[in-house]
Design a protein around this ligand. Structure first.
Ligand SMILES: Nc1nc2c(ncn2[C@@H]2O[C@H](COP(=O)(O)OP(=O)(O)OP(=O)(O)O)[C@@H](O)[C@H]2O)c(=O)[nH]1
Ligand SMILES: [Mg+2]
Length: 426
């Protein structure tokens, strides 16, 4: 399988801060709270675009940052929510959380969108906290930080045509001759171990993706040589270009080569012989090639052969036009592995989060961790005494106090939540 893979960091936008403000107007006697809530931070959204075929655009991004929500305003006005950041990706892109390997999204349809990182909630202004008991609260919330994650995007690339043949018949030389690929070429067998991809562009504007595959040998379908792994690559190609060393430059008979490779393709489970196949007779610049070609044509009168020299770039065009023509009449097939389901996973929510957990560090401090609690701390405005008091009350109601006591925490011990430390008071 041909895999295009990119790792990037995504940071969704932070929510806007809520503010503390009071109503102060002539003729309004008791103004009351008037601080508005912050707007939501922008999400990072991926969107399927059928016009893209590689992850190249993402490779240049490294970090994607979302827009922050606007802070709340006076007179109870909400801050504006930030616009989402939309990034277009090719169809077939699978997005993984690089830390957990969990699939975040699978983009398969044009226009399909998936939230890759969620923007933070806007913090509430003091107006939102007013209750019958506390009519004029003097605290507000900070905006929630946006979700941050490291993701890995993978795209399975289906090659339009794959170069198939014995080792050293000139497959890599051919892809280098007709695309910008820089495949390694050498006179020893199995020079190519990992497929090379190249984009072939014809003068008539047509283009296709060519894959230079590792060589196969007799018995490959039984796992011999570099074997099955490489036959699997051929599954990813719509059209097969069977490359033959027509000069028999390594002492084998090219007609024999042709039959042996076909037998391997035939016995492989996918029956690759059902794929459209175009036969290229390579190394026509060498002695003996013409004679062999003549024999070949006599033995297989129904097969069209394209004589070329990848080395001298001779006669490449008729072969490439034939590939383009064949692709036009060959159906696309599914990119998915047989054992893969085609269900569309949109945004996967994590397992239910534990409110908090308590541990003890080397210095004897009690460390309280847990995403929900940490979010509350992140949204706390420490400059507001009443917000801090409210927070300590929240800790009690979540059962943190009890849990700390159970864990052995005593009066005066240090408790830590994120980067906030305080003394435990029983
Ligand atoms: N004279 C001549 N030599 C060629 C031609 N094509 C390839 N060769 C030579 O054949 C040898 C093998 O070429 P490669 O392109 O590495 O062959 P390959 O099929 O990719 O081989 P593997 O990757 O090992 O499967 C090299 O020494 C090339 O220079 C050709 O058209 N004419
Ligand atoms: Mg090669």
């Amino acid at each position: 399988m041909f895999l295009d893979s990119v790792k990037i960091e995504v940071n969704a936008g932070k929510g806007g801060n809520g503010i503390v403000a009071y109503r102060r107007e002539l003729k309004v006697e008791r103004g009351g709270p008037f601080g508005g809530s912050g707007g939501k931070g922008g999400d990072i959204v991926f969107k399927g675009n059928s016009g893209l075929s590689t992850l190249l655009d993402l490779k240049f991004m490294k970090v994607v940052k979302g827009n922050n929500g606007e802070n709340g305003r006076n007179k109870g006005m909400y801050g504006a929510s930030a616009e989402d950041t939309i990034i277009e990706v090719p169809l077939g892109t699978t997005v993984y959380d690089d830390d957990t390997n969990e699939i975040v999204a699978d983009i398969t349809k044009p226009g399909q969108t998936a939230i890759i990182a969620k923007g933070g909630r806007g913090g509430r202004g003091n107006m939102a906290f007013a209750t019958g008991i506390n009519k004029c609260p003097d605290f507000s919330e900070q905006g929630e930080p946006g979700e941050q994650r490291f993701i890995r995007c993978e795209l399975k690339v289906l090659a339009d045509c794959g170069l198939v043949g014995f080792p050293s018949v000139g497959k890599s030389t051919l892809i280098n001759a007709c695309s910008a690929a820089k495949a390694k070429v050498a006179a020893y067998h199995f020079t190519t171990i990992v497929p090379n991809l190249g984009m072939v562009r014809l003068p008539d504007e047509r283009s296709f993706v060519m894959a230079d595959l590792p060589g196969i040998i007799e018995g490959a379908s039984q796992g011999l040589g570099l074997g099955l792994q490489f036959l699997r690559h051929i599954e990813r190609c719509r059209v097969i270009v069977h490359v033959i060393d027509m000069a028999g430059s390594e002492g084998r008979d090219p007609l024999d080569d042709y039959e042996k490779i076909n037998a391997e393709l035939q016995s492989y489970k996918m029956n690759l012989m059902k794929r459209p196949m175009i036969v290229a007779a390579n190394k026509m610049d060498l002695e003996g090639a013409e004679d062999n070609l003549k024999r070949f044509k006599e033995k297989y009168p129904d097969i069209t052969v394209y004589p070329i020299s990848a080395y001298t770039h001779q006669n490449l065009d008729p072969l490439l036009y034939k590939v383009a023509d064949t692709l036009e009449v060959t159906e696309e097939f599914s990119l998915l592995e047989e054992d893969e389901t085609d269900s569309v996973v949109n945004y996967t929510f994590r397992e239910e989060e534990k409110m908090f957990e308590i541990s003890k560090d080397d210095a004897g401090r009690y460390i309280v961790t847990g995403k929900p609690l940490e979010r509350i701390v992140a949204m706390l405005n420490f400059n507001q005494e009443s917000a801090v008091i409210r927070f300590t009350r929240q800790l009690r109601s979540f059962g943190v106090d009890d849990a700390l006591r159970k864990a052995g925490c005593k009066d005066g011990d240090i408790v830590r939540v994120l980067d906030m430390e305080f003394e435990f008071r029983d």
